[in-house]
Design a protein around this ligand. Structure first.
Ligand code: FAD
Length: 491
């Protein structure tokens, strides 16, 4: 069976590897020059930047994925657990470290508020319970109807799932201090949501980052993308880079190939990993689209971002490998990110700095640091080179106050990547960096479907589909889609 995969993000890579292993003749067409999609790489003057994902979370998902090929992640890269896991600055009030040793985190929470450690213990127990439920019952599954979502057993569990409560109100029942609330809520940003619009079910994120820990593949996240790329090729998958798909071809309502600048490429089925809205609106004829333009106009998009890739010829100890700078007024920040009427470049944003050179000597020249500075922005706002420069200056002013030193005199290389780049490089809808937010109405059966509802032999994987945003989730989406194809097409 001939399978064409459109896009070589983690979704496309994982689907290609799984299907090639099971005997399909797989060809991947990728618009850009390298595999990895959002996990592309930028290098300049000896500094190497992972352009997208930097947090290796949920190592169990990657172990499971590689085990399907009789491999382990360590067959491809060395995996280190970070300690501290990450650092958080609270406005100008200094920073705290979240540690690998859970007892240290309990002590930290005791310093935040009375009985903080007991509260954190109870919170993490609940988070672990939801995580196990998610892994065992909810994530590795395709949802085609409400019945799939609410089978009898899950309905029984329903109240425990906390899907109807939002994170903000759930967390405020556990913790009273601003610090504790922020430590357990910042990670909702990974899902492209705000505490006020994300179901409390996702407090399982704290089990992921606090209990399970934060890891780093030596050589960066690109090592993970490269590993799956190699795995796919070892099983016979072929890749064509700089080869954008311009159209999906159909015969009698069934996908039969794609058209690229090199011509017509035939297939028995097509898997779209490119951004879902682009795939449907730009590549599939209107009568065979599952979702209309109106549908996409109404979706709650996860934020976009401005990312500055900055190489500095000095080491700044104020940064850990992962450092978050949370603004005192972060509630207003969410408003500018998620309320389309107020969407704008923020005044006092929270932001994140990744410094892989803290852990990895190959990331920067000796004595230097590779800084990845990410500021979430609302999708769809105006993006101009002038705006970006002014905004970065503002962030660097703020950073100088918070870490007590200006990084500007040490900058050797700088590249800014923002909304228009997400649209140009990845065909992202309104420049979103992540896809669809994880609101209740965009969860499971309410996320865009894995299988086209209008066209035959047309499948979708990637962050827009269930289970959603993030590298582990996208890998799971492809495991689900590959399983569906194997079952439906008898691979
Ligand atoms: C800045 C940033 C930081 C992040 N941080 C983390 C993190 O720390 N940890 C984590 O787990 N996740 C993180 N994420 C999220 C994670 O990177 C994504 O959810 C995931 O990589 C998405 O994978 P995907 O396969 O769905 O899509 P993509 O990676 O976007 O892959 C889609 C591919 O399709 C290609 N394509 C588009 N149109 C066409 C076309 N017409 N023809 C051919 N190819 C096409 C694109 O070029 C791209 O290569 C981050 C994302 C960003 C942007």
């Amino acid at each position: 069976m001939k399978v064409i995969v459109v896009g070589s993000g983690f979704g496309g890579l994982a689907a290609a590897a799984l299907l090639a292993q099971n005997g399909a003749q797989v060809k991947v067409f990728e618009k850009n020059e390298m595999p990895g999609g959002r996990a592309s790489v930028h290098s300049d003057k000896g500094y190497t930047f992972d352009m997208g994902p930097s947090w290796y979370l949920m190592p169990d998902i990657f172990e499971d994925f590689f085990s399907r090929f009789g491999k382990t992640p360590e067959d491809f890269f060395e995996l280190k657990q970070l300690d501290p896991s990450y650092r958080i600055y609270f406005g100008e009030k200094g920073s705290v470290d979240i540690r690998k040793d859970i007892d240290e985190n309990y002590r930290l929470f005791d310093s935040f508020e009375e009985n903080g450690s007991q509260k954190l213990k109870a919170y993490l127990e609940s988070a672990e319970e939801k995580y196990n439920l998610a892994i065992n019952e909810l994530l590795y599954k395709d949802y085609q109807s409400l019945g799939d979502m609410f089978d009898r057993r899950l309905l029984k569990e329903g109240r425990k799932l906390k899907i109807l409560q939002d994170m903000e109100s759930f967390v405020s029942k556990f913790f009273s201090s601003q610090e504790a609330r922020r430590v357990v809520q910042y990670s909702i940003g990974f899902l492209g949501g705000a505490p006020g619009n994300t179901p409390a079910f996702y407090h399982m994120m704290s089990h992921i980052d606090i209990t399970m820990g934060v890891f780093y593949p030596e050589g960066g996240m690109r090592k993970l993308a490269d590993s799956i790329y190699r795995l796919a090729m070892e099983h016979g998958a072929e890749f064509a880079f700089n080869e954008p798909v311009e159209e999906v071809l159909f015969d009698d309502g069934k996908a039969v190939g794609v058209r690229t600048p090199s011509g017509v490429q035939e297939a028995d089925l097509v898997i779209m990993n490119a951004d879902y809205a682009h795939s449907e609106l730009d590549l599939v004829p209107e009568d065979l689209r599952t979702y209309s333009q109106k549908y996409w106009d109404k979706r709650v998009l996860a934020p976009s971002a401005m990312v500055a890739y900055v190489g500095v010829n000095k080491k700044f100890d104020a940064f850990d490998h992962h450092t978050l700078f949370l603004d005192d007024d972060w509630e207003h920040g969410f408003d500018k990110l998620f309320n389309p009427k107020k969407a704008d470049w923020p005044d006092n944003p929270s932001y994140y700095v990744n410094v892989p050179s803290r852990t990895d000597s190959t990331a920067a020249p000796e004595g230097c640091d590779t800084l990845f500075i990410l500021i979430p922005l609302a999708p769809g706002i105006e993006d101009t080179p002038e705006r970006r420069e002014i905004f970065l200056e503002k962030i660097l002013d703020d950073l100088a106050v918070k870490i007590g030193e200006d990084i500007r005199p040490y900058i050797e290389t700088k590249r800014i990547f923002a909304l228009d780049d997400f649209s140009d490089r990845y065909n992202a809808l309104r420049g979103t960096s992540l896809g669809l937010a994880h609101t209740l109405r965009q969860t499971a059966v309410w996320r865009p479907a894995h299988r086209s509802k209008k066209a035959g032999n047309l499948y979708y994987t990637g962050a827009y589909t269930h289970p959603g945003i993030g590298v582990p989730m996208v890998i799971i989406a492809s495991i689900v889609v590959a399983g569906m194809i194997e079952e439906e097409h008898g691979l």
